[in-house]
Design a protein around this ligand. Structure first.
Ligand SMILES: [Zn+2]
Ligand SMILES: [Zn+2]
Length: 139
């Protein structure tokens, strides 16, 4: 089912486990996030997961999401006042966040890490940018 090549975000975290997905549940959770364009919350992942695996528990979904984030396969997006959302880790992009509905839109920016490095003189390992706006639907 999966056409995904799994590349952990942080080498020091994920490299040992590269390509290793242990349980069917974990694989399902990963596939759901990778095939979604909506930056799903844990509950949205749970809802999808139940279509494929009716007996899966919400706790299992949470546990697997957390493990996949720790292992560098997924990225957690934390925004104040809303549940965490999950996204692919192997694709470098940032987010525009609608201030009204909280919907996320991917934006692809290049050179930000270089810009920070040029400014501070420090080597950037990773960064996260959430820029707020009002989406088309909310205007
Ligand atoms: Zn909106
Ligand atoms: Zn995204």
């Amino acid at each position: 089912m999966s056409r995904i090549r799994i590349i952990p975000k942080n080498e020091n975290r994920g490299s040992k486990k590269e390509g290793v997905i242990v349980t069917k549940q974990k694989k399902l959770v990963l596939d759901i996030v990778y095939n979604s364009h909506k930056h799903p919350t844990a509950e949205e992942v749970f809802f999808e997961a139940r279509l494929a695996m009716p007996n899966i528990a919400l706790g299992t979904v949470y546990r697997n999401l957390n493990a996949l984030v720790d292992e560098g396969f997924l990225r957690r997006i934390t925004l104040a006042g809303t549940p965490d959302r999950f996204d692919k880790a192997n694709c470098d992009h940032d987010h525009l966040v609608c201030q009204k509905c909280g919907k996320l839109k991917d934006v692809f920016l290049s050179g930000i890490a270089d810009e920070i490095k040029n400014n501070s003189g420090d080597e950037i390992i990773s960064y996260e940018l959430n820029a707020y706006y009002i989406c088309e639907a909310c205007k």
